[in-house]
Design a protein around this ligand. Structure first.
Ligand code: FES
Length: 149
């Protein structure tokens, strides 16, 4: 199977069988966002314990790229510390911006490599980053609240 086909398979698989879909009750982290270009929506909620993302879920409606990207995000961020999650989100956005990461970051994108192809379609970039920007905002809001204590 050609790499592009494999990537397409991964995206469709996550779109048809989304991982961690739903809403967490009484979440520590929560953010909802809409892509102003199309009206598609993403909602991210998570539980945080001792600075670690214990559980993360998404819900929403939208194109295959936005929904599969959100599904992949939940798998990528679960188990990470908030700091690791922020680093990972920033690296993912760099990747989608077409930048190569320095080799010493040790970041492995795994199945998220499937979204790399989006760099060739700038109009779809917002689809791929919607969930990630939402998660970034959610983490920032959480950190702000908790640093005030
Ligand atoms: Fe709306 Fe992709 S077309 S997020």
């Amino acid at each position: 199977m050609a790499l592009e086909e494999l990537y397409q398979e991964i995206i469709l698989d996550h779109y048809r069988h989304p991982r961690n879909k739903g809403k967490i009750e009484d979440p520590d982290i929560h953010e909802h966002a809409t892509n102003p270009l199309c009206g598609d929506e993403i909602d991210i909620s998570a539980k945080v314990e001792n600075g670690v993302i214990k559980e993360v879920k998404f819900s929403g409606q939208g194109c295959s790229i936005s929904q599969s990207s959100a599904s992949l995000l939940t798998e990528a961020l679960k188990g990470k510390t908030l700091e690791e999650a922020e680093t990972f989100i920033a690296a993912f956005r760099e990747m989608l911006a077409g930048h190569e990461l320095p080799e010493d970051t040790g970041i492995d994108f795994g199945e998220l490599e499937a979204l790399r192809g989006v760099t060739k379609f700038p109009a779809r970039l917002k689809c791929a980053t919607l969930a990630w920007n939402t998660a970034q905002e959610a983490i920032k809001a959480f950190e702000k609240t908790h640093s005030n204590h």
